[in-house]
Design a protein around this ligand. Structure first.
Ligand code: SF4
Ligand code: SF4
Length: 78
């Protein structure tokens, strides 16, 4: 299972929540943090569930999300 990392550009995020709705794995949620424009920004509430599928980045109207994906080489216990 690939593992993903989402980097949020906090100053670009407008807190619309589209990425939260779009993520098939429930990774994203609003954080307790507000940006300089007064919007509550998203963060990875459950980073361990992220596969790096980039669905969230594709729906973000403000291009606030950057995705990194790492293919796992672990296939089972050695
Ligand atoms: S990359 Fe995919 S799994 Fe990770 S937060 Fe975005 S939509 Fe969810
Ligand atoms: S879709 Fe983009 S602008 Fe909207 S909450 Fe997510 S990161 Fe922020």
């Amino acid at each position: 299972m690939p593992k993903g990392l989402v980097i949020v550009d906090k100053e670009r995020c407008k807190g619309c929540g589209l990425c939260i709705e779009a993520c098939p794995f429930g990774v994203l949620d609003f954080s307790s943090e507000y940006n300089a424009s007064g919007y509550r920004v998203v963060h990875m509430a459950h980073p361990e569930k992220c596969t790096g599928c980039a669905v969230c980045a594709n729906v973000c109207p403000d291009v606030a999300l950057e995705i990194y994906r790492e293919e796992s080489s672990v296939r089972g216990a050695a």
